[in-house]
Each structure stands twice: as structure tokens, then as C-alpha cells.
Design a protein around this ligand. Structure first.
Ligand code: SAM
Ligand code: SF4
Length: 353
């Protein structure tokens, strides 16, 4: 931006979408190898010196908060493998203007870290849990560990987060049998569960449209098992998930699974349908990769380098202007399932999910 240009006060793209939400990848490393994200072996990770420092991340968040960013979610790779993550959480929790600080994790390290993250100021957690079955877990992650994830969920509940959600990737010929047990597991703990459609972001490029277990089919199956699923109006139009209340719960012989006798709100289950019902029209998200580039969409290869600016002595204004360029360049939407769609060059773990 030249000094005569208008200062950037909001991150609005050419379709009028205002960007208030930032996903920050804090590492591309992970302690498991989900086939829909990472390659099985020979993974090339970014050299450590290329990762943004906590101070650099915090400066960026401060700059973006001044232009209207309100929600920050930490992700990766697996964010909990980044050393001293609770220190970053504390730094971000004190940035003026950030009203929502959340984190997405595979849960494996929560038994050790849930409490310190909560104490540092983290309010909300999403924990990924595709299955309760160890054999299926190993097929997905190429590692062992479902019991550890479940222990991580318990540790998070004990730590007293304001909100914990479970995310389950739904994959045809692999996780159909997991849908109902996962709903029962989540509902019995008072947690919202969301099913996510499988997107073409796997490093091995094995994604095929017929592996996507679509939202309509998931709903049909859940209605068959649980009865009425009543749609809940989304609190904001930009929320990608469509949530439903399990009106007829409890349906299991054991009852609700909560035994303190207090009345509970009806359990909820949600669908995130990026493939069969894209939500690009209301997208308000930006993504910061672990190496400090901004992306305006999971499915666009364009990236704007902020690390160079940060390490080259750029002003806050120059950094914000770079982000504003990324926002202005955002396309109307991605084209998954349409002619012309090209799989992005970087896989999910390198972008930040
Ligand atoms: N490691 C953490 C985890 O697994 O929760 C955070 C990063 S992970 C990339 C974030 C989310 O992206 C997870 O819920 C994961 O299931 C989801 N994800 C990964 N690859 C995906 C794909 N190809 N399609 C849809 N969701 C995907
Ligand atoms: Fe790791 Fe999350 Fe990717 Fe699985 S989805 S390999 S847990 S980063």
C-alpha cells in the first residue's frame, strides 16, 4: 500500500464477505498419519526455523484483530505437538478484540495438556474422533490409540472447557458402522458431534468422489436409528455446520447416560458438507500456514508470504495490506465435484485444517 492509499479497516472481499475468522496452523507435524491428510511415510516437514514464532503469530493476530478478526482457531498438523503451546494460548487470549479462541486436536496429548491449556485461557476445543473402534482407528491413522483419545476427551471434560465438540470424518466403506455409536457416545456425554464430508486434501491423492459419505445419507441413517432430527437455526450464517436436535433421545435401553438427574438440553448432531453442499457463499475464513503464509481458501494454491514481511521489518500497515490483497483475490467458491477442479498442491496437514 502506498502511503496515500486508504488504510485497511476491514477484510472484505470482492463479493462482500467480511473476514472475521482466522485459522492458525502452529505446526505441520503430527503424532499420527491419517490417510485422508498425511502420507504414510517419507513426510517432509517444514524446517523448524521456518515456523512462525509465538511472538510473530501474536503480532499478526494483533494486526488482524485491528481489522476486524474476532475468532481464532489453532490447528495443524497436530497443534499439541508444538512445544509450550499453552504459552501461545496465553499470549493470544490477551489480544484485544479476539473474542473466541479455540483449538482443533486429535486428542492424543490432551491427558497431559488439557488442564494447562484451559488455565492459559483456551475456551473451546474440537476433538477429532472418527471411530470408537481400535481396528478402524488404526486403518485411518496408521497408528494405535483410540483409548488415548477417549482419555483425552475425559481430560478435557474434567478441565472444564466452555465447549467441547467432537468432529468425525465420514468415509464410505470405512466408517458407516461408526456413525450411530459415535452419536450415542457424544450424546451420552452432552457433547455435540459433527460429521464432516471427506475432501480431496489427502497427501496421497487417493480421494475419489465415491468415498464421500454425503450428508443426506448420514441424515437418513441417523433418522432411521434415532428418529426425528430437528434442524437448529445456525447462530451465524457463516457457520458451516448444520446442527440438528435428537428430539426422540433417549432411545437406548440405558437412557441418556447422564445420571445426576438434572434435565439436559437435547443432544445435537451436526453436518459439515463442503462437498455436497459447499458453504463458500458465507465464508469468513482466512488461514495462516505454519510457515507464515496466508491462504484465502483451502482449495486455492495462492499464498501470500507474511513471514518475509515479519522478519524483514515490515510495518503493521504493510502486513495488513498483504493480507488485504489475499482477501481481495478470494474466488467466489471452490469447485469440488465440478469440471475444472484441481486438487490443491499442499495437503491438509500442510495447510491447516
Ligand atoms: N490434528 C488435528 C486434528 O486432527 O484434529 C488438527 C488438524 S486436522 C487437519 C483438522 C481437521 O481436519 C480434523 O478434524 C480432520 O479430521 C480434518 N481433515 C483432515 N483431512 C481431511 C480431509 N481430507 N477432508 C475433510 N476433513 C479433513
Ligand atoms: Fe494429524 Fe489431524 Fe492430519 Fe490426522 S487429520 S494426520 S491427526 S493433522
Amino acid at each position: 500500500m502506498t502511503s496515500s492509499a486508504q488504510p485497511v479497516t476491514s477484510l472484505t472481499d470482492s463479493f462482500g464477505r467480511v473476514h472475521t475468522s482466522l485459522r492458525i496452523s502452529v505446526t505441520d507435524r503430527c503424532n499420527i498419519r491419517c490417510f485422508y491428510c498425511m502420507p504414510a511415510g517419507n513426510v517432509t516437514f517444514a524446517p523448524r526455523e521456518q515456523l512462525l514464532t509465538f511472538e510473530e503469530i501474536t503480532r499478526l493476530v494483533r494486526v488482524l484483530a485491528a481489522a476486524g478478526v474476532r475468532d481464532v482457531r489453532l490447528t495443524g498438523g497436530e497443534p499439541l505437538v508444538r512445544r509450550d503451546l499453552d504459552r501461545l494460548v496465553a499470549m493470544l487470549a490477551s489480544v484485544e478484540g479476539i473474542s473466541d479462541l479455540a483449538l482443533t486436536t486429535n486428542g492424543l496429548l490432551l491427558p497431559q495438556q488439557a488442564e494447562s491449556l484451559r488455565r492459559a485461557g483456551l475456551r473451546r476445543l474440537n476433538i477429532s474422533l472418527d471411530t470408537l473402534n481400535e481396528a478402524v482407528f488404526q486403518q485411518i491413522t496408521r497408528r494405535q490409540g483410540v483409548a488415548r483419545v477417549l482419555a483425552g476427551i475425559d481430560a478435557a471434560i474434567d478441565a472444564g472447557f466452555d465447549q467441547i465438540r467432537l468432529n468425525a470424518l465420514a468415509i464410505r466403506d470405512l466408517t458407516e458402522s461408526e456413525l450411530e455409536p459415535l452419536v450415542e457416545f457424544a450424546a451420552s456425554r452432552g457433547l455435540t458431534l459433527r460429521f464432516i464430508e471427506y475432501m480431496p486434501l489427502d497427501a496421497d491423492r487417493q480421494w475419489q468422489p465415491d468415498r464421500v459419505l454425503g450428508g443426506d445419507e448420514i441424515l437418513r441413517r441417523l433418522r432411521r436409528r434415532f428418529g426425528e432430527l430437528r434442524p437448529v437455526p445456525p447462530p451465524q450464517p457463516s457457520q458451516p455446520a448444520r446442527d440438528y436436535e435428537l428430539v426422540d433421545w433417549p432411545v437406548t435401553p440405558q437412557g441418556r447416560g447422564v445420571d445426576d438427574g438434572r434435565p439436559r438440553p437435547l443432544p445435537r448432531v451436526g453436518l459439515i458438507r463442503p462437498v455436497t453442499e459447499p458453504f463458500c457463499g458465507a465464508c469468513d475464513r482466512l488461514r495462516l500456514t505454519a510457515e507464515g503464509t496466508i491462504r484465502n481458501c483451502l482449495f486455492s494454491d495462492a499464498e501470500w508470504d507474511l513471514r518475509g514481511h515479519l522478519r524483514g521489518g515490515a510495518s503493521d500497515e504493510a502486513i495488513l495490506n498483504e493480507v488485504a490483497q489475499a482477501v481481495r483475490a478470494k474466488a467466489a467458491g471452490h469447485l469440488i465435484s465440478q469440471i475444472g477442479f484441481a486438487t490443491p498442491q499442499r495437503a491438509m496437514f500442510q495447510i491447516g485444517g
